[in-house]
Ligand binder design. Structure first.
Ligand code: CMP
Length: 139
């Protein structure tokens, strides 16, 4: 059964390039409520664990290096059909394939530095949210 929550990270390129305010505005304008949010920096161990599913991919080392290169905003978002609707809002992994009006079209630098993460399933949304937040940090 679909849940109404998803998990996102505004990645180091989005923070470094000053896009956080505009991206949060796009997220809330699209009807998502912020249930939890923190400004933090992933350790190498955290990034490796978070992206473990990509461990065999050739870009894994680059991905871990990039995701630990600067601070991120992590958040849990709520909306009906949150996972699907958020992935529509962020657009394709590669910004050159992303539709007009999506966050990645507007703010991503490249396929690797693609501004924002969105969970790909309800199950992963829950796992990823719990990875970053304790129960007392979710409202
Ligand atoms: P995301 O979909 O949030 O999670 C996996 C990430 O791996 C993806 O965003 C990109 O940041 C990164 N990624 C995916 N494919 C590539 C690639 N071919 N080269 C470099 N990084 C990639």
């Amino acid at each position: 059964m679909a849940t109404n929550k998803t998990f996102t990270m505004l990645k180091p390129d989005a923070v470094e390039n000053g896009h956080v305010g505009n991206i949060i505005q796009m997220i809330t304008d699209a009807g998502f409520k912020i249930k939890a949010m923190k400004y933090t920096r992933l350790s190498e161990d955290q990034a490796k664990k978070f992206y473990d599913v990509h461990a065999e991919r050739p870009f894994y080392g680059e991905l871990v290096e990039y995701m630990t290169s600067g601070p991120i905003f992590a958040a849990i978002l709520e909306k009906e059909n949150a996972v699907t609707d958020f992935r529509t809002l962020i657009g394709a992994t590669d910004p050159s394939d992303a539709e007009e009006g999506t966050i990645r079209k507007a703010y991503a630098e490249s396929k690797a530095k693609n501004a924002v993460h969105g969970s790909d399933s309800d199950e992963n949304a829950q796992i990823e949210g719990e990875f970053h937040f304790s129960a007392s940090e979710i409202f």
